[in-house]
Design a binder for this molecule. Structure first.
Ligand SMILES: Nc1ncnc2c1ncn2[C@@H]1O[C@H](COP(=O)(O)OP(=O)(O)OP(=O)(O)O)[C@@H](O)[C@H]1O
Ligand SMILES: [Mg+2]
Length: 247
């Protein structure tokens, strides 16, 4: 497997606070890569650099072997990196298909005038959801009627619509119950089956060992360990995070 994303020596300060002090992250194409660490370890800051929300003070970022520098999230998106934040960024009153195509609506021409192509967007939305194994069938249902797991599916479909090759999910199961958490883990497995690379930021050790191939552990703004999750239990992972903290 080749590396699709490599961050080396990322440094980022907010005033006097050094959020990142030389963090590294190497993600192989097609894997599910977890980013773990205690509160304040720098996970969200690292994700902000990768998704173009913030720019690093120092360090390099390369995507598919090419050095990248993002002036904003739109540039990261153009490079194939989509981020799903914890709030999902969905418009609750709008329909499933409108959310998936928000900002990139499909159009057709009617007597030479461009109009929204509702039928094409409904069919497209259905296609993306099928790809994820979702059973949602009414694409005109408002997102506010959906469960937490189903909302995640819609947010992921929007990323797929942008042709994202890397999807970053920040704490996707934090607000979910057991059943919905399982649904989200299934979505992550489906993404992987579709060849999408997933970066999963999570405090949930069970989720991490259940779906991630590799894990990078951050502590105090540095990457202290990157390893496969093979043979790693949730308890052992929690201990790794804590041991590193004590070290
Ligand atoms: N915009 C900001 N302004 C000032 N300090 C910040 C800002 N963002 C993050 N920090 C600080 O940088 C450090 C790293 O924060 P970050 O949010 O990256 O951690 P995290 O690993 O995502 O933590 P959590 O698990 O709590 O989400 C913390 O000390 C935090 O207080
Ligand atoms: Mg965070």
């Amino acid at each position: 497997m080749t590396d699709i994303l490599v961050v080396r020596g990322a440094v980022k300060s907010y005033g006097a606070v050094q959020a990142l002090r030389g963090a590294d992250l190497t993600v192989a194409r097609g894997e599910v890569h977890a980013l773990c660490g205690d509160n304040g370890a720098g996970k969200s800051t690292l994700i902000k650099l990768v998704s173009g929300v913030e720019s690093p003070d120092d360090g390099t970022l390369s995507v598919a072997g090419r050095e990248a520098r993002f002036a904003g999230p739109h540039e990261a998106l153009a490079a194939g990196i989509a981020t799903i934040h914890q709030d999902l960024g969905l418009a609750p009153r709008m329909t499933i298909y409108q959310n998936i195509y928000m900002g990139s609506e499909l159009e057709k021409r009617l007597l030479g005038i461009p109009v929204l192509d509702r039928a094409a967007m409904i069919a497209g939305a259905q296609g993306f959801l099928k790809q994820l194994g979702s059973t949602l069938d009414d694409m005109t249902a408002p997102v506010e009627n959906l469960s937490g797991g189903q909302r995640q599916a819609v947010a992921i479909c929007r990323a797929l619509r942008w042709k994202a090759e890397i999807i970053i999910m920040d704490e996707p199961t934090a607000a979910l119950g057991v059943r919905e958490t399982q649904q989200v883990l299934k979505l992550i497995r489906m993404l992987k089956a579709n060849g999408v690379t997933v970066i999963l930021v999570s405090h949930n050790m069970n989720d991490v060992v259940a779906v991630a191939d590799r894990v990078t552990i951050l502590q105090g703004g540095r990457s202290v360990q990157a390893r496969a999750t093979d043979g790693l239990s949730a308890d052992a992972l929690a201990r790794l995070i804590m041991d590193e903290r004590a070290a």
